[in-house]
Structure formats: C-alpha cells, structure tokens
Design a protein around this ligand. Sequence first.
Ligand code: SF4
Length: 243
Amino acid sequence: MKGILWNPWHGCHKCSEGCANCFVFYLDKKRDVDTGTVRRSKTNFSLPMRKNRQGEFKVASGTEVATCFTSDFFIEEADEWRDEAWDIIKSRPDLNFLICTKRIQRASDCLPNDWADGYENVAIAVSCENITAAKNRLHYLLDLPVKRRYIFLSPLLEYIPLNEFLETGLIDMVSVGGESYENARLCDFDWVKRIKEDCDKYGVPFDFHQTGSNFVYEGRSYRIKHHDEYEQAKKAMKILHKD
Ligand code: SF4
C-alpha cells in the first residue's frame, strides 16, 4: 500500500532512553532548526484535505498516512491543535492513519468526544526501546479503546519479552527497527529473531523494518548506511522466514 508522511506539527522533547539519538534532533541540527520548540506546520497541517484543480483529494484513497513522525501526536504543546487534526482524520475515512507515540499515557485524555471504540481508520503504535519502556507503556495501549494496536520496538536496545502483551490477543502487529546515524547504538539480530519467535507463538504479524546503522549479525558488527537499512532488513526477514 502506498504511504505518505503527515507531520501536522514539528518538534519534540526527549522523554526516554530511546530518544537519546532521535533522528528528528539529528536532522534538525543540520538545518539549524530548534527541535525543542514544538510548532504547528504552516504548510502540512491540512495535507490530507488538499485538493487538485479537479476538486479531487491529492492524497489518494487507501493511502497509509504515517502521522506525526517528527513530533509526538500526544505531546502537550499540541493539545490546542489536536482536535483540528482529529477532524481531518475523521473527514478522510478512506485513508489509514498510523499514529506512533511514546506518550501513550496521555492518549485517553486526548481522544475526540465521538471516539467510542476508536475510528475505523486509525491504528495506534506505541514505541518502546527496552524492557522498562515496554512495561511502563504497553498496558496503556491495551487499555485504550482503538481498532488496531501496534507495538514498535524502535530503536531496539535489547531483547524485549512481549509474551504478557501478545497473549492478550489485542496486539495487531509488532515492528522492530534499529537506531540510525553515526551514534547509533547496536541492534543485535539475535534479539530480532527471538521477538519474531514470540510473535509467531501468538500468531501476531511481525516486521523488521530497518536494521539500524550499527547492526550485529551472528556476533559480527556491521555499519550500515542509512539508505541501506531498509533493504538489509528485508534481506534479514527472508532469512527469518526460511528458519
Ligand atoms: S518521542 Fe520520538 S520524536 Fe520525540 S524525542 Fe523521542 S524519539 Fe524523538
């Protein structure tokens, strides 16, 4: 399925170990942009609603919309803009919005009034980097009424046993990725394999979306260029499927 990024606001604050080498800070620094100032995007806020001269939506029906990947959808500063973003999401039931957050503890206070069991077109993914983050965050995801619940283990910093969450039958997908760029902490393929095995045990779909820049495969360390991380992860997935 074709996908786009929709960043209605930009900027964030580091809130856990997984944020230490956040790519948003890294890339903003190169452009001399202050990531710590969270601001509404003048150009992108209404992206899903834009139309062409024929009056058709520019973002085609069925598109996967990765939402708020240069901020956090549930960050405090966005409280004043979020209702408008929910209105946009509601206005495009033909798109699939993916909201990824590390601030899942705020989510239940940030839902629209007509959310009920969740909008059909919204999946919420919680990002966790280690066992502590998983234990602190994932029970909020289980308790939240939402149509699809994903776990993103990214950047993966250690093997994370997910059995207590997977066995609930409430998790729709687990996706794993390593950390990018020059200071990236290592991601060991052995952790990835073990997490896939856990997912297989409970029949939960699994994906390994990127290796990270500092990848360990069978005990040997590899530096992977950022633009190769996705392709290398695909290759590694093929190995996992053969096993
Ligand atoms: S929550 Fe996400 S965007 Fe914000 S600092 Fe952490 S890793 Fe970066």
